[in-house]
Write a protein of this length. Structure first.
Length: 210
């Protein structure tokens, strides 16, 4: 198994949905802790380094701007209201395209799928797409297939339809890159148990008491 940390780049933009990136980051930051091993190095990036306003009345810190950002091995593209406005940001879209091309894995939550579509990085893939933006997604990328499933793994893209499944996004990435043992340890630490479909990579979290 690889022993060096993978570089995770988290895209931030104004009015990003906090849970879309905070939940996967929580999962990835816990993975490997049982073995005193840090498999993921997490960096946040935005148009400018510094504070970025989220949709949730909190500001978060962008570690670097796009020009100073290292190459992503795992690229996390969150959603939120701001994702639709970011569709007009050609610099941001060009950055996504460049990072996605080199990344080993791409993670998308909610409206983040629109940014992947506009950046042209999901042609021929199937993505979990919120119902209210399916038509917009098809217009942006006719060559991709929107899915009503909660979580979809297609090629190197892992996507979830909404913020409620953002933990699943991180767990699926952990399973794909590190294996089910690491995924199970993270789930246990988070107080959840996993319902595993042995025929597929994705898993579904079943909260205690369900």
């Amino acid at each position: 198994m690889r022993t060096s940390s993978r570089q995770v780049i988290v895209l931030l933009f104004d009015e990003v949905e906090l849970l879309d990136f905070a939940a996967p980051v929580q999962v990835l930051s816990i993975a490997g802790r049982h073995y005193n091993f840090r498999p993921f190095k997490i960096t946040t990036a935005a148009r400018a380094a510094g504070l970025v306003a989220t949709r949730n009345q909190l500001a978060v810190q962008a570690d670097c701007d796009f020009d100073a950002c290292p190459a992503a091995e795992v690229l996390l593209v969150p959603g939120g209201y701001g994702a639709r406005r970011a569709l007009a940001d050609t610099r941001l879209l060009a950055w996504i395209e460049a990072q996605a091309r080199r990344a080993e894995l791409i993670l998308s939550a909610g409206y983040g799928c629109l940014l992947l579509a506009k950046a042209g990085v999901c042609m021929g893939q199937r993505l979990a797409v919120p119902t209210d933006i399916e038509d917009v997604f098809r217009e942006l990328e006719p060559g991709a297939e929107p899915s009503s499933e909660q979580l979809v793994v297609s090629g190197k893209i892992v996507s979830v339809r909404d913020s409620a499944r953002a933990l699943d996004l991180g767990l699926s990435a952990t399973r794909i890159l590190l294996g089910p043992k690491f995924e199970a340890q993270v789930a246990t630490r988070l107080g959840a148990r996993l319902e595993i479909d042995v025929k597929a990579e994705p898993v579904r979290i079943v909260e205690p008491g369900d």
